[in-house]
Design a binder for this molecule. Structure first.
Ligand code: ASP
Length: 307
């Protein structure tokens, strides 16, 4: 088993499948009255969050607690980081406290890679800048597999602000490893030139959402990340939504069995219409529930558990 999960590229098909299978076992636990396993008793998991988060932070905390680990939550606001402490000095403090795993979210791409060179424990990337978010890709893959029965051969459209999306990058890497065919869709300003060549050459790119939809098994809508935009990438929110928003008429272009995903948080009415987000094709709430199982599986396997 790998020691760190810094990128979805750390996972080969066998390891990723083992994590998804283990997540399935963990999900079975969620239906029980007592949702706890003693597996990580006595181990310490630190959640180190330098950027805002709702789902991911709560999900990692719930996952570690369900495995009986001791959980320390650290958020940059209200800590010595606001006094200017560097990531390295914070890492050395965690090291001195004997953290077995550090879950890190950071605005700088590559921060988990640096951290892994400073601490002895496992490092898990919970989102680094615009780079990667591998556990989101795992929970998305798990959701696809549980709804559609497989990943190999699935046609998946990832739509919208690909440029700023760590979710998109991790999903392209993981899903192609598992045999899915990816099409990135969005305005040319939000799809990096050569992204397919850089991530996986078989990935396609399209600027026309309507023409792509009838062929897809999965459509994954991305949040338009205005907080990371320094320039104007499209004329107006209305124009964006007219060309790339998923509304009810557009959703009807999808095949009957196709599902609609979104990592959250959503800009309702922009990239996704409320009636689509709340429809029976939407897996958005399931993705959150599956996030806990997927993160339990990651913590369990990285910290030495067997399948
Ligand atoms: N929650 C995801 C992330 O942290 C997606 C998003 O923020 O749009 O990357």
């Amino acid at each position: 088993m790998i020691k760190h999960l810094r990128s979805a590229a750390d996972l080969d098909a066998e390891t990723a499948t083992l994590i998804l299978d283990t997540a399935g076992e963990m999900a079975a636990l969620a239906g029980r009255e007592v949702k706890k396993l003693p597996t990580l008793r006595g181990r310490t998991v630190v959640n180190l969050f330098y950027e805002d988060s709702t789902r991911t932070r709560i999900s990692f905390e719930a996952a570690a607690k369900r495995l009986s680990a001791d959980v320390i939550n650290f958020s940059a606001k209200g800590s010595s980081v606001s006094k200017g402490e560097s990531l390295k000095d914070t890492a050395l403090t965690l090291q001195a406290m004997g953290a077995d795993a550090v879950v890190i979210r950071h605005p700088a791409s590559g921060a988990p890679h640096r951290l892994a060179s400073w601490v002895d424990g496992s490092v898990i990337n919970a989102g680094d800048g615009t780079h990667e978010h591998p556990t989101q890709a795992l929970l998305d893959a798990y959701t696809m597999r549980s709804r559609l029965g497989k990943i190999d051969g699935l046609k998946v459209a990832i739509v919208g602000d690909v440029l700023h999306s760590r979710v998109a990058r991790s999903n392209v890497l993981l899903l192609t490893t598992l045999g899915a065919e990816i099409t990135l869709v969005g305005p040319p300003t939000l799809i990096p030139v050569d992204i397919a060549a850089a991530l996986s050459p078989q990935t396609k790119v399209s600027y026309d959402l309507d023409s792509v939809l009838p062929d897809m098994d999965v459509v994954m809508m991305l949040r338009v990340q205005t907080e990371r935009m320094q320039d104007s990438y499209f004329p107006s929110a209305r124009e964006y939504s007219r060309r790339y928003g998923l509304d009810a008429p557009r959703m009807r272009r999808l095949p009957e069995h196709a599902i609609v995903m979104h990592p959250g948080p959503m800009n309702r009415g922009m990239e996704i219409a409320p009636e689509v987000a709340d429809s029976s094709r939407s897996t958005i709430v399931e993705q959150v529930a599956n996030g806990v199982s997927a993160r339990m599986a990651v913590l369990y396997l990285l910290l030495g558990g067997k399948a």
